[in-house]
Design a protein around this ligand. Structure first.
Ligand code: ACM
Ligand code: ZN
Length: 753
């Protein structure tokens, strides 16, 4: 058998492989089934592409990626050498078969979408330099292979906010092409928000002359005090011709464009242009800062007429079945004070303002439905009642999506914990300013839109997932690319493959090779591959500290005396013992050169270090990376990344922490820190109560407005047990971001001295 294969191989080589192609297939997302065979096909410049008429779109796209000529009116008899794109009705919508053998390339699909996905796989099998037109006029060697492939999820989306910052048509096309390369099939275009309306509307020209421009823009972070502004007018909008151009470009790649018109909140730009659609007597301007504002549309007849006219202009531009109508973070204070709003609540026996929001959304849903489309809305649209025909985009965790699925509604999962690409991706302090949070590549890769506990039918309601790129702190195309890449590459595999097929190490190694293509495509990706990851052995053995890198086979060298490590420092072979206060510094060395940033970890072996801790209730699953031990592991949390493995997050619950020091110990102080970035719904607690053994509790009120609030409690006692009760902030007041929802509490290391 082996001899037979060798014989066939040498025969194939005689005709096929003048040169051996590289056999590492840098395919992301990983196809479901690959049969990699020996030999390769020479794809020469004179090769042609023949295709079945219904799959012509894919043929034209392949022409763009390869420079090869198309032969329309194909009949098999015309085919000599090159690529055939053939209809195979037995395959599912996005399924395809890509076969490469001695005769050339055969793509089979039942729909043009399937053929588009196959073309992207073929694109990734071609050398990277084919991404540049001038390099396409030469031969390429394609491996003999058979790939049969189909996505796990029907909805694989990427979002982009063009209101907070505005991006050119050229960049939007680049973004969509990169999405298509990774087999995403939906571009969610967030076109309107408080900071700017970005789509031409002829019937209401002030939406553009006023609503598309703001006077100036906040500099620095929203939490910085005092606030500073740049004093420069900022704005722009897409003409209808721009929109048609982009939609056609996306369609030519099998990418659907879903526009979002965010109402009834996030409407400062609308109300700055047309205050008559708000509740009486408010004056809004196009927002110049970030956060959530009080501007909200008033649900009156004229407002719905206005919205209908706007949708009449928007809907013909977008072939998608869906119109996203936002619905998130609508602050309802104005509704509480508006006589019209209150009379509607009475007339329709609505429970409250949440009921009025449901009334509003249902009205909009029926306007959109009359025009043959369905709405998508953020998970807030579930509050105040279900809307059968809507699709829910679950962002405040996955609960909204689960509730929707349980009610038989469709849902798309886009939780902040795994899908917010405006969060930090590295703990390195040199990262560009971001909104906050912490979402490293590995966490994106661990995302699973389908959760345990759903029936098959309910699982069927989860259409897929999406990552969101909110652009408050992302003002240039380079910055979008930095935040989106490589995280969207990880997400592409999450949404295409099954859980069983995923393997992070394997992905990371493929990603490493994939970067060559990103370089050729001029993508400004974040490169944290060589970053060193540190953790205690098994996550909890605080006597030994381990170092690793994302990519295998890299040499780490380290120091423990505070000096900067280099090629001469000690080579890392096994976990580093920790018996006292230690500063571990480490770097990755290749060819006698440091190729990584310096990793630095201080471990503070205070009196509570490594002792027994119990926390009730458990931290929220999304902010429990380090587990309970994180509060006594001698490591302080990041100053701006509450999602790291050192902070523990609790949503709305008071927290009770028990520490057992093992023996009576003299304690002078307990120090800790609480995160306090209110724009992200995170508040320092009201007070904490500390009890030593059976003593009287020490109660300490928590005060401070900084983004991290430090707390020092004087103990001055010998004690073995400590109980620390943390009484959270409670419900966020209505007029603030997250109003009406429980505040988060984030707790850092509990330092005992
Ligand atoms: C959102 O992030 N406000 C949907
Ligand atoms: Zn009103």
């Amino acid at each position: 058998m082996i001899a037979m294969r060798a014989l066939i191989f040498s025969f194939l080589c005689m005709i096929g492989c003048a040169k051996q192609p590289p056999r590492e297939l840098n395919l992301i997302p990983q196809p479901v089934q690959i049969l990699d065979q020996l030999g390769s096909y020479e794809f020469s410049f004179s090769d042609i592409i023949v295709f079945d008429r219904s799959l012509g779109g894919a043929a034209r796209l392949l022409k763009e990626y390869t420079g090869r000529s198309l032969l329309s009116n194909h009949s098999s008899a015309d085919f000599i050498k090159g690529v055939q794109i053939k209809q195979n009705p037995s395959l599912n919508t996005e399924e395809y078969i890509l076969s490469i053998d001695i005769k050339g390339v055969l793509i089979e699909a039942s729909t043009v979408d399937g053929a588009y996905r196959a073309v992207q796989t073929l694109r990734l099998l071609l050398p990277e330099d084919f991404e540049v037109k001038q390099n396409q006029n030469k031969s390429a060697y394609l491996p003999f292979i058979r790939i049969q492939d189909a996505p796990e999820f029907d909805y694989r989306g990427m979002h982009l906010d063009v209101s907070r910052h505005f991006f050119s048509v050229e960049f939007i096309k680049k973004y969509i092409d990169l999405m298509a390369m990774l087999k995403f099939n939906v571009f969610h275009w967030h076109l309107t928000d408080d900071q700017g309306w970005r789509i031409q509307i002829d019937g209401f020209p002030k939406l553009n002359s006023i609503g598309s421009f703001r006077d100036e823009t906040l500099i620095g972070h929203y939490n910085d005090q005092p606030k500073k502004f740049d004093g420069e007018k900022y704005g722009g909008y897409y003409s209808k011709q721009n929109i048609r151009d982009i939609v056609a470009f996306a369609e030519a790649r099998g990418v659907e464009v879903i526009p979002e018109i965010d109402i009834p909140g996030h409407s400062s730009a609308i109300l700055a242009s047309y205050p008559e659609y708000g509740c009486a007597n408010y004056k809004d301007k196009v927002a110049t800062s970030w956060g959530v504002f009080g501007a909200i549309l008033c649900p009156k007849i004229e407002t719905f007429k206005f919205l209908e006219a706007v949708f009449d202009e928007i809907i013909p531009l977008f072939p998608s079945q869906y119109i996203h109508i936002g619905g998130d973070e609508a602050v309802k204070t104005r509704w509480q004070n508006c006589s019209h709003c209150q009379s509607l609540i009475k007339t329709y026996a609505l429970q409250d303002e949440a009921g009025l929001q449901a009334y509003f959304i249902k009205k909009v849903a029926s306007i959109v439905a009359r025009k043959g489309k369905t709405i998508v809305g953020w998970d807030e649209i579930l509050e105040g009642g279900l809307i059968d025909e809507a699709t829910i985009m679950s962002w405040r965790g996955v609960d909204g999506g689960i509730a929707a699925a349980k009610a038989g509604m469709n849902a798309i999962m886009t939780p902040t914990s795994h899908c917010y690409f405006d969060y930090y991706q590295s703990e390195n302090t040199s990262e560009p300013l971001a909104i906050g949070g912490f979402l490293p590549l590995k966490k994106v890769y661990s995302f699973n839109p389908i959760l345990d506990g759903l029936t098959n039918a309910e699982q069927g309601c989860i259409l897929g997932g999406q990552a969101n790129v909110w652009t408050e702190y992302i003002s240039t195309p380079d910055a979008v690319e930095y935040m989106a890449f490589p995280r969207m590459i990880a997400l592409s595999e999450v949404l295409w493959t099954t859980v069983n097929q995923r393997d992070f190490k394997n992905f990371a190694n493929r990603l490493e090779r994939f970067k060559k293509r990103l370089d050729v495509l001029n993508v400004n990706y974040a490169n944290h591959s060589y970053e060193i990851i540190g953790r205690f052995e098994n996550g909890s053995n605080m006597r030994r500290y381990e170092l690793s890198t994302l990519i295998d086979d890299k040499t780490i060298r380290f120091t423990t005396d505070g000096s900067t490590p280099g090629p001469q420092s000690k080579k890392y072979i096994e976990a580093i013992p920790v018996n006292q206060n230690t500063t571990i510094k480490a770097v990755v060395i290749e060819n006698d050169k440091t190729i990584s940033e310096v990793f630095e970890q201080n471990i503070f072996t205070h009196l509570g270090f490594g002792k027994i801790i119990n926390i009730a209730p458990d931290p929220h699953p999304t902010y429990n990376t380090g587990g309970e031990v994180a509060l006594l592991n001698g490591i302080i949390g990041s100053n701006n990344r509450f999602g790291d493995s050192e902070w523990l997050g609790f949503w709305g619950d008071d927290v009770s922490i028990q520490i057992d020091l093992g023996k009576e110990t003299d304690i002078s102080t307990l120090s800790t820190r609480f995160f306090n970035t209110n724009g992200q719904w995170i508040y320092a607690p009201k007070y904490i109560r500390v009890t030593c053994d059976d003593d009287k509790p020490i109660v300490m009120e928590i005060k401070g407005d900084d983004s991290i609030v430090n707390v020092d409690v004087t103990i001055d006692k010998k004690t073995r047990f400590l109980k620390i009760e943390v009484v959270g902030f409670g419900i966020i007041p209505d007029q603030l971001q997250g109003g009406g929802h429980p505040a988060w509490t984030f707790i850092d290391e509990l330092i005992l001295q």
